[in-house]
Design a protein around this ligand. Structure first.
Ligand code: ZN
Length: 510
């Protein structure tokens, strides 16, 4: 039996590439947190150079000749020689390295550098356009990035639609054909549910969330919740950024960010819990495999399932607040004095069609994603021209959510994704929502006392379960296979739909 040690000449090279990527990620983290705005162009060049080097090293003749001894290029799977087979970790490792290698090999190095540079620049122009509420400022850069992404899909190759090539980058195995029925089911049940909620006689007033809340105390509370979740500050940090995110350079250095708005208590609180869920995943990866696919997270959809599980299934639940609400009320005594836990629970679960995706409740959130999924698919397939985006965006907002953004900043310009070339990324948010409920239900089945533990502020049992079932496996299994191993069934919108129908049916007395 051949084991991982046979693959050492290959994994040593991958480790070096990962260290270059970690350095590039650190530069990106700095760009979003502490870099002076003037440093933007120089930073774009620095990151592009590192990404170019990492790409060249991955597609080098060395790596190619090592891989060609061990992988059958026709199937992309480990090749067995008579009488000598590979053990399971080695098979997974070879499958995943081949996936990364063959994809990288299809992209010319100059193209990778050009894409990286154009995306960094487009991101900066997007931020300005968003600030000035002027879509036309961003349009020329968007056209460049879009053309490059379509070119990328051509290099990568695809079945049915070039968009499938881009989807697969973020969620291996995902296709339009697989996702469309899922979105259709969600739309068929969520749109009528939303209508019943907006017409319900129960109206939730969330004005208590908009009192004045001290900046430092909000952050302090966020740190407290992160610590309770088991996020290790000895191997992590919490900083501020315009858009909360998580980045990892190694399982021993995983950083999360948040933002604090004086008049929006929910913003810092839930972004800490959300990013904490991402952070736990990255801290829970197996250090022994760092630098190889077995030490890497499996997909964005599964990653998002971890953040949404903590944010929604835990952080917007009654048991969680039974423990944490008394502490929150103590921290913000003046603002929350006289506000009972039930009232607080209702305000943090208020459903209302809103303009901004990142502020959407867990029910309408998927409608925001559906709109982006349809638009970006048409953009990549050339059925929609970038010039028409604001009009199309507003029309779909009206159709799905019944509201129209008064400005592009609150509409088509709100998300950073398209400026960084992340076409195909959005659907993973909905996959994360669906998987989060599937995983949480399984955890509840396997840990009958989970609810009591959460209500006692003991979150480590859940954290350990997630680490054992999901985090530590890295890319050993494909995302669909991992989900099946954990829950016994594949991706399904049904558990999520039942969960929201039950939760909001009760809250809004439907
Ligand atoms: Zn997330």
């Amino acid at each position: 039996m051949k084991t991982l040690s046979t693959l050492e000449p290959l994994t040593t090279r991958l480790l070096e590439i990962q260290r270059i990527n970690s350095a590039a990620s650190l530069l990106s983290w700095d760009q979003e947190t502490y870099m002076p705005t003037g440093g933007g162009e120089a930073r774009a060049e620095q990151i592009a150079v590192l990404q170019g080097i990492a790409h060249q090293k991955l597609v080098s003749p060395d790596v190619q000749s090592l891989l060609s001894q061990w992988v059958d290029p026709a199937t992309g799977l480990a090749a067995d020689t008579t009488g000598d087979t590979w053990d399971e970790p080695s098979r997974s490792l070879l499958r995943e390295i081949w996936r990364d290698f063959s994809r990288a090999k299809k992209l010319p190095s100059e193209f990778v550098v050009k894409l990286s540079r154009e995306c960094s620049l487009a991101q900066q122009v997007w931020a300005e356009a968003r600030e000035h509420n002027t879509f036309s400022m961003f349009l020329p850069n968007l056209r460049i990035v879009l053309d490059l992404k379509r070119e990328e899909a051509q290099y990568l190759g695809y079945h049915d639609s070039p968009y499938n090539a881009l989807l697969d980058v973020y969620e291996p195995g995902a296709t339009i054909a697989g996702l469309q029925p899922v979105f259709a089911t969600l739309k068929a049940r969520l749109v009528p549910l939303l209508r019943r909620i907006t017409e319900s006689r129960v109206q939730i007033d969330d004005s208590i969330l908009h009192h004045s809340y001290d900046h430092a105390r909000q952050l302090e509370f966020g740190r407290l919740v992160l610590t309770a979740m088991g996020y290790d500050f000895g191997r992590g940090r919490l900083d501020l950024s315009a858009h909360p995110f998580t980045t990892s350079f190694h399982p021993t250095d995983v950083r999360v960010t948040t933002r604090v708005h004086e008049h929006e208590l929910q913003s810092c609180l839930f972004s800490c819990i959300h990013e904490g869920g991402h952070g736990l995943y990255d801290q829970g990866l197996d250090q022994r495999y760092f630098g190889t696919p077995l030490g890497d997270s499996v997909s964005l959809g599964i990653h998002e399932s971890q953040s949404r599980l903590w944010e929604n299934c835990v952080g917007r639940s009654r048991p969680f607040w039974r423990f944490f609400y008394p502490m929150l009320r103590q921290t913000f005594h003046d603002q929350l004095h006289g506000v009972e836990i039930e009232q607080f629970y209702a305000t943090i679960n208020r459903v209302i069609p809103s303009l901004i995706r990142v502020e959407a409740d867990e029910l309408t959130y998927n409608l925001h994603i559906m709109l982006r999924f349809e638009i970006e698919q048409d953009l990549i397939e050339g059925k929609t021209q970038p010039d028409d985006l604001p009009v199309i965006w507003n029309r779909k907002m009206e159709d799905y959510l019944g509201i129209v953004p008064p400005t592009d900043t609150e509409g088509v310009l709100q998300d950073v994704h398209w400026s960084c070339g992340s076409f195909g990324y959005f659907p993973t948010y909905t996959l994360g929502n669906l998987y989060s409920v599937q995983f949480f239900e399984q955890a509840t089945l396997e840990m009958p006392h989970l609810e009591d533990e959460i209500a006692a502020g003991q979150l480590m049992g859940l954290r350990r379960w997630l680490e054992q079932k999901i985090h530590r496996w890295g890319r050993m299994f494909t995302p669909a296979h991992l989900a099946e191993r954990v829950t016994g069934s594949g991706l399904s919108p049904e558990p999520f739909l039942k969960y929201v129908e039950r939760k909001y049916g009760e809250l809004y007395q439907l």
